[in-house]
Design a protein around this ligand. Sequence first.
Ligand SMILES: Nc1ncnc2c1ncn2[C@@H]1O[C@H](COP(=O)(O)OP(=O)(O)OP(=O)(O)O)[C@@H](O)[C@H]1O
Ligand SMILES: [Mg+2]
Length: 230
Amino acid sequence: MLYQGKSKQVFETDDPRRVVLRFTDRATAFNGVKEAQIGDKGRINCAITTRLFAEVAARGVQHHVVDQLSATELLCERVEIVPVEVVVRSRAAGSFSKRYAVAEGTRLDQPLVELFVKSDALNDPLINDDAAVALGLARRWELAFLKETSLVVHQALAAFWAGHGIELVDAKYEYGRAEGRLLLADELTPDGARLWDAKTGEKLDKDVFRRDLGDLGDTYRALLARIGAA
Ligand SMILES: Nc1ncnc2c1ncn2[C@@H]1O[C@H](COP(=O)(O)OP(=O)(O)OP(=O)(O)O)[C@@H](O)[C@H]1O
Ligand SMILES: [Mg+2]
């Protein structure tokens, strides 16, 4: 094992250019302060990730997934993760609502992009382009590519979810460097996004766990069934 994350494990393979990403049933919130085992979560998140990466690939976005190996494992290109997380928001929610005192659900005129330092020790602080470049977290052209690509990805995924009666409110994207290319990496799951039922506004993402709104396993199972990937 190369890395034990909060919800996934990364394994080396015989090929130094590839890794296996294993989705576990572990759920965490507030930077690991709250945690639980959610039966079936690993399988569901793996299935959703596979489905959504196919969706963005169809829009010409290069990503790290090579193949699904099992119900909970993906073969991926081994990348050097860019330590900057890209968040795209269509409505105010979560930390954005808190920081600027704007009601959760307030629609934003157009999707906006925020950058955060990928650092559990610092609790993922907000950062701007100049500071990220000054700290050597990414090159300026890389940030431009990450932001532009994230808007394309977000639009593709928003359209996908809208087709299933679900609104993509916000989402976090991670990228990795691999042999001179920047690939969309990590996961595309309801752990790292906000998904609201388009009619009822019901939350269909990890906020159910963060805010004790119900059973996360049931929520995720219903979500998977809704996109027909169960
Ligand atoms: N293709 C890849 N090659 C190498 N590392 C990857 C790849 N895809 C994802 N990762 C990294 O593997 C880890 C997956 O574990 P997990 O998401 O559980 O971590 P985490 O505890 O949430 O921590 P983090 O804050 O780093 O995401 C993440 O750090 C992610 O950036
Ligand atoms: Mg993670």
